[in-house]
Every structure is written in structure tokens, then in C-alpha cells.
Design a protein around this ligand. Sequence first.
Ligand code: NDP
Length: 448
Amino acid sequence: MEQVNNSLASFIENLKRRNPGEPEFHQAVTEVAEKIWPFIEAHPKYQENRIFERLTEPDRVVLFRVTWTDDSGQVHVNKGYRIQFNGVIGPYKGGLRFHPSVNLGVLKFLAFEQILKNSLTTLPMGGGKGGSDFDPKGKSDSEVMRFCQSFMTELHRHIGPDVDVPAGDIGVGGREVGYLFGQYRRLANEFTGTMTGKGLEYGGSLIRPEATGYGTVYFAQNMLATRNQDLKGKVCTVSGSGNVAQYTAEKLIELGASVVSLSDSSGSVHMPDGLTTEQLEYVMDLKNVRRGRIREFADAFGLEFRAGKRPWDIKCDCAFPSATQNELEEEDARALLANGCFVVAEGANMPTTLAGTKLFEEAKILFGPGKAANAGGVAISGIEMTQNSMRLQWTREEVDNKLKEIMKNIHGKCVKYGQKDDYIDYVKGANVAGFVKVADAMLAFGVV
Ligand code: NDP
């Protein structure tokens, strides 16, 4: 039976009961709820209108079958999803993830985070996310193409430039966006900015591939500036070796920091002397073109490969988790703190567990949660939509300057709502700042 929640505990209990078997969604909402609840209690209009309960129930979930044939003619069936979570401040916006771990709960957590993240960017974008349990690893280009075409054959009915604008995420990069957008254009018979992360030849924005990684580093710069420090000479661990990790590493090197690790799902590589530009070029070719494993990078340069290990036990000043959710657990957080790490900027979505986050908060380090730190990616997706609507393309410098400005503004909002006596609670700041705009729009719309 539906119940009114008079306390945070009863809210969480009811959320779990209403959404069984979705631990990542419970985790994402719990993190937000713990920070927002006192704010809601202090502002009864949100409580009386049950805004937070409404915010945790998606507008709609589209679930569909994706059938495709492999190169040998065998038929495969995957699940396809699009979660249109909240659209009160703009068209649904959020990436598509192709990974075997994708399920409803994972996508609901990502779409829920996306609502507040998109709100923080100040751009008019609602929150959505989608994807499939399809695994692109080991598939030929033509298999990936057939899968993408089949996926879009259903999805195209549910999206559009003013309705829902998907982008990439894990397993969905330039190649996949090309196939998906190509099929969308063919079916809809229109050329609109219905997907972002597009190639430069067909409506993409300069700096979009770099935006999440660069933006995360700009956010870290802003956090460090509150302690009169910068990234020059800082030792940085980075996890992952995909889109976000690559451009995080590139910007860190450019700013004079030393990148001492990269990883993938099979293990991590330690570069005690710091990643060089030549090595990064090798990693980009390995991961984006040859689609190989990070171990090959270690072997090619005589570096230590740590099979099955994350990089968090490597001594560093700053950590940039840039692979996936829950990749930084309590013991990892403990190891980072013991080694003197005092900056954690989340390039990935929810990479730190709730227990890890609590440790960072207790230690009062500079901890930038994903929905603030990695918001540069979706912000430049928003800028890609703007350019598509205006039918023009801004220069690299113009877009990079916008990215810097947006990350500075997001940082400023986190400080506004998260400043405590002796430290900045960026988790609270990001959650409250993101919430207020969406909540006020929901109030304006009445009970819908
Ligand atoms: P990519 O697919 O380009 O790269 C993902 C990287 O993470 C790969 O190195 C991959 O290794 C590793 N990885 C994936 N799953 C796991 C796992 N279960 N355990 C360990 N490592 C894993 O994705 P992105 O770089 O685009 O995304 C990385 C993170 O950043 C995600 O959390 C995503 O949601 C977030 N993000 C991405 C944005 C974007 O613009 N792309 C925007 C904002 C956030 P392997 O190759 O072995 O799978």
C-alpha cells in the first residue's frame, strides 16, 4: 500500500519495497536523500507536495527486445531500455550504456543521477538513460552495426530533438553513435540533433569527446583553488582507460600533473614515472581503434600489470575514478587516505560506495561527486544540441571556454549549498543545488 513518508528512514524503506532488486538505484537515492531530507524538512512546500517521492518515480520506462544476427548467421536476443526519468526542465538527456551488467536498477540509478546533474549544468535538460545488456567486446564492426540498427529501430519512436536526446556511455563511443544516429536519420527522415556525441562531419561538437575528462579535471582545479593549490606536480591515480579516463589523463599531463595509473576490467597498470604523451597515444589507439586490453599497454612499455587489482593502493595526492560504479570501496578509500590522498574527483558515475564516501567526508578531503565533477560531458552535449538547433559550429576555444565556465559555476553552486564551518560538503552542495531547480519546476506544474 502507498504510504506517506514522515521520516528519512520510512522513505528509504518504502523506496526499497517499491523497487525490489535494484541495489544501485537504492544506493543512488539514499545518497541524495540523506543530504536533501533536512533541506526538505526546512522547506515544507516540498514535503507537502511530496516532491521527493515524485522525483524518485520515473516518468516512464521503455523496455524492448533487440534481435540481431551475428556474422555466422546465428540469432541473438538482448534487452533494450530507455528510462525517461524526469523531463520538467527540458527534453530527457542522458547516455546509452552497452554492457553485460546493464539492468533496470543500474539504468534507474544512472537516470536518477542524471536529473540532478543536468539541472546543475544550468542548461535546459531533463534526466534519462538507456542501453542494453549487449556486450560490444569481441564483436565485429558489422555485428555492432546490426545491433545498433536493431536497437534504434525500436528506440526511434520514443526520442526526438525536443523529446529525448541520447548520447554515449560505457560501450557506446563514436562508432556506436554513428550507427545509431545513421539509423535514426534514416527512419525519422530528418536531420536533427537527436543524438549527441556525433562525429564532427555530421553535427558533432568540438571538445565533446574530451568534455567529461577535461571537465572533471577543471572541477578538481576549482576544488584545489579553495586551498590555494593547483595540479602542477600532483601525483594522480586514474582508473579506467576509456573515454573519460583518456581525456582526464590528457588534461592532467597538460597541467603538469603525473598520472601514475590506468586500468580496465582485468586489472591496472602502474606508471611510477608518470604517463607520457606518447604512452597515452598508444592507449588511445589500443582502446579506441584496436579494441585491446590494458595489459598489452603494460607489456609494450615494460610496466607493471596488476591483474585483477584496482589502482587505489598506489600512493597519490589526487584520485580520479573514471571506470564504473562502486569501483572504490571502503577499503580502497581507507588506502587512499592512509597514503595522503586529499582530492577525489569522480569522472565515473557513483564510483565510490556509500561507506567510502562517508570516510572521505569524515576526513574532510576535497571530494567531488560524479554528478558535479563529471557534468562537463552532458553540458557539452547540451552545447552540441544548441549548435545543432542554430545550425552552426563553434570553435574549439569557444566550447572549451564554455566548459571551463560551466565547471566553475557548478563548483560555485556546490560551495553555496555545501559550505560548512571548516570544509565544503560537495555531496550535499551538488544534491541540494541540483534538486532546487527541478523541484521548483515540479511545483510550478502542479500535481502531474
Ligand atoms: P568507456 O566504455 O569508454 O570506458 C569504460 C572503462 O571502464 C573501460 O576502461 C572499462 O574497461 C572500464 N570498466 C567498465 N566496466 C567495468 C567494470 N565493471 N569493472 C572495471 N572496469 C570497468 O566508458 P566511459 O569512459 O564513457 O565511461 C566511464 C564512466 O564515466 C562511467 O561510469 C560513465 O557512466 C561515466 N560518464 C561518462 C560520460 C561520457 O561522456 N562518456 C559522462 C559522464 C559520466 P573494459 O574495457 O575492460 O570494459
